[in-house]
Design a protein around this ligand. Structure first.
Ligand code: ADP
Ligand code: MG
Length: 235
Protein backbone atom coordinates (compact mmCIF):
# COMPACT_ATOMS: atom_id res chain seq x y z
CA UNK A 1 0.00 0.00 0.00
CA UNK A 2 1.31 3.45 -0.84
CA UNK A 3 2.03 5.61 2.13
CA UNK A 4 1.12 9.29 2.09
CA UNK A 5 4.36 11.11 1.39
CA UNK A 6 3.10 14.67 1.08
CA UNK A 7 2.25 15.14 4.76
CA UNK A 8 4.96 16.17 7.19
CA UNK A 9 6.69 13.12 8.59
CA UNK A 10 6.53 11.91 12.17
CA UNK A 11 10.28 11.38 12.01
CA UNK A 12 12.87 12.81 9.65
CA UNK A 13 16.56 11.99 9.69
CA UNK A 14 19.01 14.22 7.86
CA UNK A 15 22.43 12.78 7.19
CA UNK A 16 22.51 11.06 10.57
CA UNK A 17 25.84 9.59 11.62
CA UNK A 18 27.03 7.47 14.52
CA UNK A 19 30.63 6.79 15.35
CA UNK A 20 31.67 4.63 18.27
CA UNK A 21 34.96 5.09 20.00
CA UNK A 22 36.79 1.84 20.75
CA UNK A 23 39.77 2.88 22.82
CA UNK A 24 41.04 5.74 20.68
CA UNK A 25 39.89 4.20 17.42
CA UNK A 26 36.84 5.74 15.77
CA UNK A 27 34.44 3.17 14.35
CA UNK A 28 31.92 4.76 11.96
CA UNK A 29 28.74 2.71 12.12
CA UNK A 30 26.10 4.99 10.56
CA UNK A 31 27.57 7.04 7.73
CA UNK A 32 24.82 9.45 6.76
CA UNK A 33 21.28 8.16 6.96
CA UNK A 34 18.45 10.27 5.57
CA UNK A 35 14.91 9.00 5.79
CA UNK A 36 11.33 9.94 6.62
CA UNK A 37 8.93 7.94 8.72
CA UNK A 38 5.31 8.92 8.23
CA UNK A 39 2.64 8.54 10.84
CA UNK A 40 0.59 5.36 10.37
CA UNK A 41 3.20 3.41 8.47
CA UNK A 42 4.47 -0.10 9.12
CA UNK A 43 8.04 0.19 7.97
CA UNK A 44 10.70 -2.51 7.78
CA UNK A 45 14.32 -1.59 8.34
CA UNK A 46 16.19 -4.39 6.62
CA UNK A 47 19.69 -5.45 5.75
CA UNK A 48 22.48 -7.82 6.72
CA UNK A 49 23.71 -8.35 10.24
CA UNK A 50 26.22 -5.73 11.37
CA UNK A 51 24.89 -3.10 8.98
CA UNK A 52 23.75 -0.72 11.70
CA UNK A 53 20.03 -1.48 12.06
CA UNK A 54 20.02 -1.79 15.84
CA UNK A 55 22.26 1.24 16.21
CA UNK A 56 19.79 3.29 14.17
CA UNK A 57 16.83 1.89 16.08
CA UNK A 58 18.41 2.72 19.42
CA UNK A 59 19.04 6.28 18.31
CA UNK A 60 15.47 6.61 17.00
CA UNK A 61 14.18 5.31 20.34
CA UNK A 62 16.42 7.59 22.44
CA UNK A 63 18.36 4.69 23.89
CA UNK A 64 21.51 6.07 22.28
CA UNK A 65 22.69 9.43 20.93
CA UNK A 66 23.70 10.42 17.42
CA UNK A 67 27.16 11.72 16.48
CA UNK A 68 26.14 14.01 13.61
CA UNK A 69 23.26 15.10 11.42
CA UNK A 70 19.73 15.81 12.55
CA UNK A 71 16.83 13.90 14.05
CA UNK A 72 13.47 15.64 13.81
CA UNK A 73 10.48 14.28 15.71
CA UNK A 74 7.17 15.94 14.86
CA UNK A 75 9.15 18.67 13.13
CA UNK A 76 11.18 19.43 16.27
CA UNK A 77 14.94 18.90 16.34
CA UNK A 78 15.64 16.33 19.06
CA UNK A 79 19.29 15.73 18.10
CA UNK A 80 20.77 17.43 21.13
CA UNK A 81 18.34 16.91 23.99
CA UNK A 82 19.54 16.28 27.54
CA UNK A 83 19.38 12.71 28.78
CA UNK A 84 16.40 13.61 31.00
CA UNK A 85 14.48 15.08 28.10
CA UNK A 86 15.27 12.00 26.03
CA UNK A 87 14.07 9.71 28.81
CA UNK A 88 10.79 11.66 29.03
CA UNK A 89 10.22 11.42 25.28
CA UNK A 90 11.04 7.74 25.36
CA UNK A 91 8.50 7.09 28.11
CA UNK A 92 5.78 9.22 26.61
CA UNK A 93 6.06 8.60 22.89
CA UNK A 94 7.87 5.34 22.26
CA UNK A 95 7.29 1.65 22.75
CA UNK A 96 10.04 -0.93 22.36
CA UNK A 97 9.96 -4.65 21.58
CA UNK A 98 13.19 -6.66 21.56
CA UNK A 99 14.30 -10.01 20.20
CA UNK A 100 14.80 -11.47 23.68
CA UNK A 101 11.56 -10.01 25.14
CA UNK A 102 13.36 -8.31 28.09
CA UNK A 103 10.68 -9.26 30.60
CA UNK A 104 11.14 -9.84 34.32
CA UNK A 105 11.04 -13.63 34.39
CA UNK A 106 9.55 -14.04 37.87
CA UNK A 107 7.05 -11.20 37.83
CA UNK A 108 3.50 -11.73 36.58
CA UNK A 109 2.57 -10.77 33.03
CA UNK A 110 0.27 -8.08 34.43
CA UNK A 111 3.02 -6.53 36.56
CA UNK A 112 5.44 -6.64 33.64
CA UNK A 113 2.93 -4.75 31.51
CA UNK A 114 2.29 -2.17 34.25
CA UNK A 115 5.96 -1.51 34.92
CA UNK A 116 6.51 1.38 32.42
CA UNK A 117 3.57 3.22 34.01
CA UNK A 118 5.78 3.88 37.02
CA UNK A 119 8.16 5.98 34.94
CA UNK A 120 5.54 8.13 33.27
CA UNK A 121 3.45 10.99 34.56
CA UNK A 122 -0.15 9.85 34.81
CA UNK A 123 -3.38 11.30 35.93
CA UNK A 124 -4.88 7.81 35.99
CA UNK A 125 -5.82 6.08 39.23
CA UNK A 126 -4.06 2.83 40.12
CA UNK A 127 -7.30 1.02 39.39
CA UNK A 128 -7.61 2.56 35.93
CA UNK A 129 -3.98 1.73 35.19
CA UNK A 130 -4.55 -1.87 36.11
CA UNK A 131 -7.69 -2.07 33.98
CA UNK A 132 -5.77 -0.63 31.01
CA UNK A 133 -2.96 -3.17 31.42
CA UNK A 134 -5.53 -5.97 31.64
CA UNK A 135 -7.22 -4.66 28.51
CA UNK A 136 -3.90 -4.73 26.63
CA UNK A 137 -3.17 -8.29 27.74
CA UNK A 138 -6.61 -9.25 26.54
CA UNK A 139 -5.88 -7.40 23.29
CA UNK A 140 -2.82 -9.60 22.67
CA UNK A 141 -4.75 -12.76 23.49
CA UNK A 142 -3.48 -13.38 27.01
CA UNK A 143 -6.64 -12.84 29.04
CA UNK A 144 -6.15 -16.17 30.80
CA UNK A 145 -2.43 -15.72 31.42
CA UNK A 146 -2.24 -12.41 33.25
CA UNK A 147 -1.04 -13.93 36.52
CA UNK A 148 1.48 -16.23 34.84
CA UNK A 149 5.17 -15.45 34.97
CA UNK A 150 7.18 -15.20 31.73
CA UNK A 151 9.27 -18.15 32.95
CA UNK A 152 6.10 -20.26 32.59
CA UNK A 153 5.28 -19.00 29.11
CA UNK A 154 6.19 -19.90 25.54
CA UNK A 155 8.33 -17.51 23.49
CA UNK A 156 5.31 -16.33 21.53
CA UNK A 157 3.37 -15.61 24.71
CA UNK A 158 6.35 -13.76 26.17
CA UNK A 159 6.62 -11.59 23.08
CA UNK A 160 2.92 -10.80 23.31
CA UNK A 161 3.40 -9.70 26.93
CA UNK A 162 6.27 -7.51 25.71
CA UNK A 163 4.00 -5.99 23.04
CA UNK A 164 1.33 -5.21 25.64
CA UNK A 165 4.02 -3.64 27.83
CA UNK A 166 5.28 -1.56 24.89
CA UNK A 167 1.75 -0.18 24.39
CA UNK A 168 0.97 0.66 28.00
CA UNK A 169 2.03 4.31 27.83
CA UNK A 170 0.07 4.81 24.58
CA UNK A 171 3.12 5.44 22.38
CA UNK A 172 2.93 7.19 19.03
CA UNK A 173 5.47 4.81 17.59
CA UNK A 174 6.52 1.25 18.25
CA UNK A 175 10.06 0.07 17.52
CA UNK A 176 10.59 -3.68 17.25
CA UNK A 177 14.16 -4.96 16.82
CA UNK A 178 14.16 -8.48 15.33
CA UNK A 179 10.97 -9.22 17.31
CA UNK A 180 10.58 -12.69 15.82
CA UNK A 181 14.26 -13.63 15.94
CA UNK A 182 13.68 -16.12 18.77
CA UNK A 183 10.35 -17.49 17.56
CA UNK A 184 9.43 -20.43 15.33
CA UNK A 185 7.84 -19.61 11.99
CA UNK A 186 4.22 -20.14 13.03
CA UNK A 187 4.58 -18.01 16.16
CA UNK A 188 6.48 -15.39 14.16
CA UNK A 189 3.59 -15.08 11.81
CA UNK A 190 1.13 -14.61 14.68
CA UNK A 191 3.27 -11.84 16.15
CA UNK A 192 3.68 -10.14 12.77
CA UNK A 193 -0.06 -10.34 12.16
CA UNK A 194 -0.56 -8.63 15.50
CA UNK A 195 1.69 -5.78 14.37
CA UNK A 196 -0.27 -5.52 11.13
CA UNK A 197 -3.51 -5.35 13.07
CA UNK A 198 -2.25 -2.70 15.48
CA UNK A 199 -1.10 -0.71 12.47
CA UNK A 200 -4.24 -1.15 10.37
CA UNK A 201 -6.91 -0.91 13.05
CA UNK A 202 -5.37 1.46 15.56
CA UNK A 203 -3.12 3.49 13.28
CA UNK A 204 -0.05 2.72 15.34
CA UNK A 205 3.19 3.67 13.57
CA UNK A 206 5.55 0.71 13.65
CA UNK A 207 9.21 0.32 12.68
CA UNK A 208 10.27 -3.27 12.40
CA UNK A 209 13.94 -4.20 12.19
CA UNK A 210 14.75 -7.47 10.50
CA UNK A 211 17.39 -9.16 8.38
CA UNK A 212 14.73 -11.54 7.04
CA UNK A 213 12.87 -10.82 3.77
CA UNK A 214 9.95 -13.00 4.94
CA UNK A 215 9.50 -10.76 7.96
CA UNK A 216 9.98 -7.64 5.85
CA UNK A 217 7.13 -8.78 3.61
CA UNK A 218 4.68 -7.96 6.42
CA UNK A 219 5.51 -4.25 6.20
CA UNK A 220 4.02 -1.54 3.99
CA UNK A 221 7.40 -0.15 2.98
CA UNK A 222 11.04 -1.11 3.44
CA UNK A 223 14.39 0.60 3.82
CA UNK A 224 17.61 -1.32 3.37
CA UNK A 225 20.72 -0.54 5.36
CA UNK A 226 24.13 -1.91 4.53
CA UNK A 227 27.48 -0.89 6.01
CA UNK A 228 25.92 2.12 7.68
CA UNK A 229 24.31 3.48 4.52
CA UNK A 230 20.81 3.37 3.09
CA UNK A 231 21.08 1.34 -0.09
CA UNK A 232 17.54 1.99 -1.31
CA UNK A 233 14.07 2.62 -0.03
CA UNK A 234 11.11 4.83 -0.52
CA UNK A 235 12.22 8.30 0.38
P1 ADP B 1 22.69 -4.78 13.02
O1 ADP B 1 21.63 -4.52 14.03
O2 ADP B 1 22.32 -4.33 11.64
O3 ADP B 1 23.13 -6.20 13.03
P2 ADP B 1 24.35 -3.14 14.75
O4 ADP B 1 23.75 -1.79 14.74
O5 ADP B 1 24.10 -4.00 15.93
O6 ADP B 1 23.97 -3.89 13.39
O7 ADP B 1 25.94 -3.02 14.60
C1 ADP B 1 26.55 -2.30 13.55
C2 ADP B 1 28.03 -2.20 13.79
O8 ADP B 1 28.27 -1.37 14.91
C3 ADP B 1 28.70 -3.52 14.09
O9 ADP B 1 29.92 -3.56 13.42
C4 ADP B 1 28.90 -3.48 15.58
O10 ADP B 1 30.02 -4.20 15.96
C5 ADP B 1 29.11 -2.01 15.84
N1 ADP B 1 28.65 -1.61 17.20
C6 ADP B 1 27.40 -1.70 17.68
N2 ADP B 1 27.33 -1.22 18.95
C7 ADP B 1 28.59 -0.84 19.27
C8 ADP B 1 29.20 -0.25 20.44
N3 ADP B 1 28.48 0.02 21.53
N4 ADP B 1 30.52 0.02 20.38
C9 ADP B 1 31.25 -0.24 19.28
N5 ADP B 1 30.74 -0.78 18.15
C10 ADP B 1 29.44 -1.06 18.14
MG1 MG C 1 20.65 -5.79 15.31
Amino acid sequence: MAVESGSSPLIELRNLTKTYLLGDVEVPVLKGISMKIHEGTLLALMGPSGGGKSTLMNILGFLDTLSGGQYLLDGKDVSTLSSNARADLRNERIGFVFQNFNLLARTSALKNVMMPLEYARHAQSAKAQRAWAEHLLERVGLKDRMDHQPSQMSGGQQQRVAIARALVNRPKILFADEPTGNLDSKTSEEVLQMFQELNAKEGLTIVLVTHSPEVGAFAREAYHIKDGLMVDGTY
